[in-house]
Write a protein that binds this ligand. Structure first.
Ligand SMILES: N[C@@H](CCC(=O)N[C@@H](CS)C(=O)NCC(=O)O)C(=O)O
Length: 205
C-alpha cells in the first residue's frame, strides 16, 4: 500500500495534483472524494481537509490541502526536475502559482461554468463572456512571459508551468479564444498533452 493518498476526483481541482503525482512517477492511492455527493463532508475527510474541499493529500500522515501548495510541496520534496534550482527560480514558481489563483482562476471558472459545466438553463452567457474579457490582461502577461523561453521559469517545464496550465485548462475547455496569444496557445496545448496530464484526466487534455 502506498504512503501517499490523493483525495479528489479528476473533474475538479484535484486534476492538478493527479497531474503532478503522475509527472513525478509516484506510487499513490487515489481516493475519489467528490465535491457533489457529500463524501467531502464525512468526519474522515474533514480530518484531512476541514474546509470540506478537494483536493487534499495525506503523505504518510502529513495532511495538506490547497492545490497549489500541494503541488509546490510535492515538486520540492521529490526533486525530479520540476522544482527550480535557484532561490530566484523558486520565487518565480511561487509568483506564478499565486498569480494563477488570484488573476486567472476566477474568470476562467466563470467561463467554464457558464459555457460548459452548469445545466443549460442555469448558464448565463454574459458571465461567461465577462470571464473571457477579464482573462485578456492576464493572458497578455502570460504570453509576453512565454515569448522568452517558452517556459515560465528557466528553460524547462516546471511546477510553475503545471500549476498555471492546469488553471488555464478551464479556459481551453470553455473555448476561450486564445488566437491573440500564440505563445500561450502553443504552451498550453503542449502542457495538456503531456502523458502525465492525459493520464490524470483524459477528457481534459
Ligand atoms: N483553493 C482551493 C479550492 C478547492 C475547491 O474549491 N475545490 C472544489 C472542487 S474543484 C470543492 O471542493 N468544492 C466543494 C465546495 O465548495 O463545497 C484549492 O485550490 O485547492
Amino acid at each position: 500500500m502506498s504512503n501517499l493518498k490523493v483525495y479528489g476526483v479528476p473533474g475538479s481541482r484535484a486534476y492538478r495534483v493527479l497531474w503532478m503525482v503522475n509527472e513525478l512517477g509516484l506510487d499513490y492511492e487515489h481516493v475519489p472524494v467528490h465535491f457533489g455527493d457529500g463524501s467531502a463532508r464525512t468526519p474522515e475527510y474533514l480530518a484531512v481537509n476541514p474546509n470540506a474541499r478537494i483536493p487534499a493529500i495525506d503523505d504518510a500522515g502529513f495532511k495538506l490541502w490547497e492545490s497549489m501548495a500541494i503541488n509546490l510541496y510535492l515538486a520540492k520534496k521529490h526533486d525530479k526536475g520540476f522544482w527550480p534550482k535557484t532561490l530566484e527560480g523558486e520565487a518565480q514558481a511561487l509568483q506564478w502559482s499565486f498569480w494563477a489563483m488570484t488573476e486567472a482562476e476566477k474568470p476562467a471558472l466563470a467561463a467554464l461554468m457558464h459555457r460548459v459545466f452548469l445545466p443549460e438553463d442555469l448558464r448565463d452567457p454574459r458571465l461567461a463572456d465577462e470571464g473571457e474579457q477579464q482573462l485578456q490582461k492576464p493572458l497578455k502577461v502570460l504570453d509576453d512571459a512565454l515569448a522568452k523561453t517558452g517556459y515560465l521559469v528557466g528553460s524547462s517545464f516546471s511546477v510553475a508551468d503545471l500549476n498555471v496550465a492546469s488553471v488555464l485548462s478551464w479556459a481551453r475547455l470553455a473555448r476561450v479564444d486564445l488566437s491573440g496569444f500564440p505563445h500561450v496557445k502553443q504552451w498550453l496545448t503542449a502542457a495538456l498533452q503531456r502523458p502525465a496530464a492525459v493520464k490524470a484526466a483524459p477528457k481534459r487534455s
